[in-house]
Design a binder for this molecule. Structure first.
Ligand code: ATP
Ligand code: MG
Length: 646
């Protein structure tokens, strides 16, 4: 449908660290000789004790075990902080931008080192030991990164829970890993509104076994209830501890953190990552995919509650000694120019965001972008969902003024770091395609029976062998880990995503496999129909699901959010159906269109098609868990205006 290619810009080709030929040869080496390749790459990390064994992994059901650099010893916080002090002590590590544009803070590596050490000593005072779990329920303030790094300093596992989650969701996550300490703040601030984090924590702790301690960061200064013997102010404890704490020597396979997946498809899983392989993958991918240079100002707009925030706000950038921007606010506060004003204010060079944010900003038109300079930008990134070619082109043309390559990075909480991506300077870009495998990653496309398809094809995306950043288990439930990822196809990691490979070998993620629809025997990724709808100038966002259809097997049901100022009408529905028919073909014509002012999204901004499917099936009594939705009220409107009433 969309086969435009953006060639590598000349200045990128000239300055590239990695050109197309270099990518090819390095990639081949990483697959043919992984032990040599990874031993070389692992020099990026400072090891307290070097490893002798690189890879020891098995994808065999019943015996799945992933081990990398297993006899090596290291400490993550020492890699992110101590080793930079001699050369980058006064370089800014975290550039914090508050929700209120008048608030910002630049924290150097030396300052961050001191504060993380103090934080680690505070955790020790609270009785946290190596191997214990610590839940972090914080807004996007520097203390969130400090808390994570402090855990790694003493060998405790952190479990970051997004600050937008409800007391119930928080309680479930504290209980699942039995955290010893919960770190929270009096309140968070987002879009000018206060979020009662401490209050939510109090509610959550009425639903756990109740032996947790609570460490409270002061953010707004509002009065909050403090329970004697359970709750402690961070600033009070921090004032009484030294600013050095010996880093705990950790084995490469010691657990680093647990992170619960966002819950788009069901009950969240406690994804467990370990120390050596994860850090290497985060650091290496951050440097190569984003073409990191010493003077870059790197801004990833994710929340640290998601894996993107873990790998590309905290661990990757800090391991690389980069300047990482951390933003407390939201894209449309105080105005829809906020992202670009922050870019200009901090001279951001690399900007990484999610398609949901781009689509939302597109709705407001070009003016709020064009009124800013953005001259500092040189590279753009996208992550989290397939990006429609229409949104890609807008991002490229309007935000990047046509100058900046876009890296559309595909990966998962489970993969630890990026697995499929363009390489700027090496990859001619195809809008909407995640493009090429990262080093050491062997993607394959299988049919329903697990047969590996060759050449240009479409099917289910699997990975054939392990890579260092791969998750090791589901916390406390190794059986669930094996069943979820290794039982569908023998000896392969199943991603749960559908994928197409084109004749040039580019990978195109077509959405989750659950979202593939089968219309009159034709398999179709919902992403394709959505992209066609979004390319119509009246449409701002679209979500497509299948529903039972007597003749076709499955019919196509499209939820459509219109651009500001466009009036919904039956005639417009007809126009949109004709539009899709012309763009893709008659087979893809939506049977039913519902205009939806809002779509159900997870807190990380992903459309929850599971719920849309139920409503389209007229089965809205059984929507399942909707607690991870960012705005559960949109569901009522969707049910009230559903199109398929049986
Ligand atoms: P859950 O697993 O709990 O349902 P989730 O899959 O949304 O939640 P994440 O691990 O944050 O949680 O997201 C990974 C998924 O996001 C991928 O499997 C894929 O479906 C989608 N995704 C991420 N990046 C891209 C991308 N660049 N292109 C297409 N899809 C992407
Ligand atoms: Mg997932």
């Amino acid at each position: 449908m969309h086969d435009k290619i953006h060639p590598i810009p000349e200045e990128w080709a000239r300055a590239a660290r990695l050109d197309t030929a270099a990518y090819d040869s390095l990639y081949r080496q990483s697959i043919e000789n992984p032990d040599v390749f990874w031993a070389e790459q692992a020099k990026r990390i400072d090891w307290i004790q070097p490893f002798t064994k690189v890879k020891n992994t098995s994808f065999e059901l019943g015996d799945v075990a992933i081990r990398w650099f297993e006899d090596g010893v290291l400490n993550v916080s020492a890699n992110c902080l101590d080793r930079h002090l001699a050369t980058r002590g006064d370089k800014v590590a975290i550039l914090w931008e508050g929700d209120d544009p008048s608030e910002s803070r630049a924290i150097t590596y030396r300052e961050l080192h001191a504060e993380v050490n103090r934080f680690a000593n505070v955790l020790k005072r609270l009785g946290v030991e190596k191997g214990d779990r610590v839940t972090i329920y914080l807004p996007m303030i520097p203390e969130a990164a400090m808390a994570m790094l402090a855990c790694t300093r003493i060998g405790a596992m952190h479990s970051v829970v997004f600050g937008g989650f409800s007391p119930d969701s928080l309680a479930g996550r504290i209980g699942d890993c039995h955290s010893k300490v919960v770190i929270t703040a009096d309140e968070g601030v987002r879009g000018g509104k206060k979020v009662p984090l401490k209050h939510n924590t109090d509610l959550a702790l009425t639903r756990t076994i109740g032996d947790e301690k609570v460490l409270v960061i002061r953010r707004t200064g509002s009065e909050v209830a403090m329970h004697a013997g359970r709750d402690y102010w961070y600033h009070e404890l921090a004032a009484a501890v030294p600013d050095f704490c010996e880093p705990e020597p950790m084995s490469a396979e010691d657990p680093l953190f647990i992170l619960y997946t966002s819950g788009s498809t069901g009950r969240p899983k406690g994804v467990l990552h370990t120390t050596g392989g994860y850090l290497l993958h985060a650091a290496m991918s951050h440097e190569i995919v984003f073409d990191l240079r010493e003077d870059d100002v790197f801004w990833c707009t994710a929340d640290i509650g998601w894996v993107t925030g873990h790998s590309y706000i905290v661990y990757g950038p800090l391991a690389n000694g980069a300047t990482s921007v951390m933003f407390e606010g939201i894209p449309n506060y105080p105005t829809t120019s906020r992202f670009w004003e922050v870019v200009d204010k901090h001279k951001v060079t690399i900007f990484h965001t999610a398609p949901t944010a781009i689509r939302a900003l597109m709705q407001g038109g070009e003016e709020p972008v064009k009124s800013t300079s953005r001259a500092s930008l040189r590279l753009l990134g996208s992550v989290g969902e397939p990006i429609n070619p229409e949104a890609w082109e807008w991002y490229h043309r309007v935000v990047g003024d046509g100058r900046c390559p876009i890296v559309d990075t595909w990966w998962q909480t489970e993969t630890g770091g990026i697995l499929i991506t363009p390489f700027p300077g090496a990859t001619p870009l195809k809008p909407g395609s995640a493009s090429w495998p990262f080093f050491g990653v062997q993607p394959a496309i299988v049919d329903g029976d697990g047969k590996i398809l060759e050449g240009a094809c479409e099917g289910n995306l699997v990975i054939l062998d392990s890579w260092p950043g791969q998750m090791r288990t589901v916390y406390g439930d190794h059986e669930r880990f094996e069943q979820t990822y290794f039982s569908a196809y023998k000896g392969m990691y199943f991603t749960g995503d559908g994928c197409r490979r084109d004749a040039d070998g580019y990978y195109w993620i077509t959405g989750r496999v659950d979202d593939v629809i089968n219309v009159s025997g034709h398999r179709m990724g919902t992403a394709e129909v959505e992209s066609a709808l979004v390319s119509n100038h009246s449409v701002s966002e679209a979500a497509v699901v299948g529903y039972p259809h007597d003749i076709k097997g499955q019919g196509i049901y499209a939820y459509v959010t219109l651009m500001q100022g466009v009036t919904p009408s039956e005639d417009l529905k007809k126009q949109l159906k004709d539009w899709v028919r012309r763009e893709i073909g008659p087979i893809a014509t939506p049977d039913l269109i519902q205009f939806a002012p809002g779509l159900p999204k997870t807190r990380s901004g992903k459309i929850m098609r599971r719920i849309l499917r139920k409503i389209a099936e007229d089965e809205f009594g059984a929507l399942g868990d909707i607690t991870t939705l960012s705005d559960p009220s949109v569901v009522e409107d969707l049910i009230a205006n559903r199109q398929n009433r049986r």
